[in-house]
Design a protein around this ligand. Sequence first.
Ligand SMILES: NC(=O)c1ccc[n+]([C@@H]2O[C@H](COP(=O)([O-])OP(=O)(O)OC[C@H]3O[C@@H](n4cnc5c(N)ncnc54)[C@H](O)[C@@H]3O)[C@@H](O)[C@H]2O)c1
Length: 251
Amino acid sequence: MAIEDATVIITGGASGIGKGMAERFAAMGAAHVVVADVNLDGAKKVATAIGGTARQCDVTSDASVAALVNDTIADLGRIDYFFANAGVGAGGDITASDQLWDMAWKVNVMGPVLAARHVVPHMEAAGGGTFVITASAAGLNTGPVSFNYAVSKHAAIGVAEWLAINHGPTVNVQAICPTIVDTPMASEFGEVMFQPLSVDHVVDSVIAGLKTGAFIIAPNEQPMAMFQAKANDWDGFLNNLQQRVQGLKTD
Ligand SMILES: NC(=O)c1ccc[n+]([C@@H]2O[C@H](COP(=O)([O-])OP(=O)(O)OC[C@H]3O[C@@H](n4cnc5c(N)ncnc54)[C@H](O)[C@@H]3O)[C@@H](O)[C@H]2O)c1
């Protein structure tokens, strides 16, 4: 089903990329957009502006995710697209605390896992659906961003791959892999390797990616080029990044 006719849930829909997707999908005529976020006030603002529904949901809580999914099925009858988009920058290097690791793991990895647990069976019973995880370019290629972010986003891509293998093609599973995006989260990353992308640009590429159904939705070319280069020469990839980190190379 095209997004124009679909019932859509977006987690992390109160801000940034999630808000951008909610606004655009509604403008395209989506049948219903559910804006889910731990920040209910933020979700309400977005939902009110687009004529959607706001739901408070903490993606790290199985009960909260189950309620989001089950209530949506009860109210709207179906979930055609689920965007497991909520994420945290977490932040931290080798000294990062257990609490920061726990938060990154629970939101960035278990968030999509819990969502899949509850959404995928409904999609399979309905004969199909699309489940999209907002991962990151940092999940394809570790970069000099936070330790727990890079690791948790690699795991998020692993979650998407496993779901695609085991529940596709009935459920089409896709992973969005942007480099840095101009959202509130971006300020947490400090020095970055790429110019920030606009939310609009990312949403454009998501819409194009939903049409092709390709597993990876990459809003710019560099992450896939780096990924291919890494596969050809992993030591070269590491050496390049070591030099960047040491400030010996700026290109
Ligand atoms: N901004 C970037 O540079 C960038 C780059 C690549 C990938 N991403 C990913 O894009 C996604 C969206 O990030 P963004 O940049 O729009 O950030 P953002 O901070 O603007 O929005 C994130 C939203 O997620 C919500 N959220 C956080 N924890 C939650 C929880 N436990 N339950 C429910 N909602 C929760 C927040 O309240 C917020 O509204 C994230 O998964 C992020 O990792 C961001």
